[in-house]
Design a binder for this molecule. Sequence first.
Ligand code: GDP
Ligand code: MG
Length: 162
Amino acid sequence: MLPVIALVGRPNVGKSTLFNQLTRSRDALVADFPGLTRDRQYGPGRVGGFPYMVVDTGGLSGEAETLDDLMARQTRQAIDESDVVLFMVDGRDGLTAADESIARDLRTRGKQVVLVVNKTDGLDVDQAMAEFHSLGFGVPRAIAASHGRGIAGLMDAVREHL
Ligand code: GDP
Ligand code: MG
């Protein structure tokens, strides 16, 4: 059985972009429209001799009132099925209330979580990362999914959590 890695985070943080990098496919829809990937999507991948299965999700909005129930259910199922969760946040937007809400949700699930700060291209990385420590998932990993940057190091961190 391949280890299963779930990509979780609010809409538009770059989950589908990372999915495409990790599976080297264009199958996941990437768009500027939040919430476009409505369903779960599975793909095998391999980085540096490490094979895995990655699951893209439509994401959790982090807002109970506006939460799309189907998306939320699909995402929770993907989390339950996974061995490691990559919890993605957006280094440009900074820490949001929705991120904190998802963090609270993830803490109740007892899964291995790696916190991933995406869109760090062109940012002062140390400054961009600082505020995310407060989410309580340890040292965040910086990536730029659309540039394929930081992915090998991220997958090393994933291996350590298996
Ligand atoms: P999802 O809703 O979480 O699946 O997010 P998407 O993968 O659809 O990406 C949302 C938007 O962020 C798209 O316009 C992407 O091109 C953009 N994006 C993703 N990764 C990066 C990145 O590393 N840097 C920058 N600058 N933009 C990114
Ligand atoms: Mg998506």
